[in-house]
Design a protein around this ligand. Structure first.
Ligand code: HEM
Length: 128
């Protein structure tokens, strides 16, 4: 017997947490992206993941809770260990896979679309 669950849209912070957690689970197993996160301690993950939740809550729901500067942060990382187009493509593919696995709708599309546009701006700013 097959069970086909109808996917729903992203509507609340818990949905974003599920996506971000699922995304980083994949990132940590990904040969291309994992090295960037390899030296994070458990403590650092525990403070990093909530930053990512608030970043995406701000992007999707305009929560106003994120006050970081991802462009600057990634520029610094790129200066130490260059990102290539391949890194960005992988990052975006993993993000889309996780969103599509569980969600469908306007916010789900928005999350993938914003990921793509922020990645494009990031690449321009860091000069990949
Ligand atoms: C080449 C692809 C990418 C890699 C390898 C990457 C890697 C990283 C790493 C290692 C950190 C942690 C920095 C730290 O510990 O301070 C980080 C932070 C972050 N990343 Fe990325 N990233 C990528 C693309 C993106 C994209 C496309 C977005 C947004 C759509 C994004 C959003 C963020 C945000 C919001 C933070 C937190 C910055 C803060 O501390 O406020 N990243 N990224």
């Amino acid at each position: 017997m097959t069970t086909s669950a109808v996917k729903r849209d992203i509507t609340k912070p818990k949905d974003i947490q599920r996506i971000v957690d699922g995304f980083f689970k994949k990132v940590r197993k990904d040969t291309l992206l994992a090295p960037y996160f390899a030296d994070k301690t458990q403590e650092e993950w525990d403070s990093f993941l909530p930053v990512m939740y608030s970043f995406w809550e701000n992007v999707l729901f305009y929560s106003g809770g994120y006050a970081g500067n991802p462009m600057q942060r990634h520029k610094e990382m790129n200066d130490m260990k260059s990102f290539t187009q391949e890194h960005f493509t992988r990052w975006l593919n993993l993000m889309s896979e996780v969103v599509d696995k569980w969600y469908a709708g306007e916010k789900a599309e928005m999350m993938k679309e914003r990921a793509r546009s922020i990645a494009t701006i990031m690449q321009v700013k860091i000069g990949t």
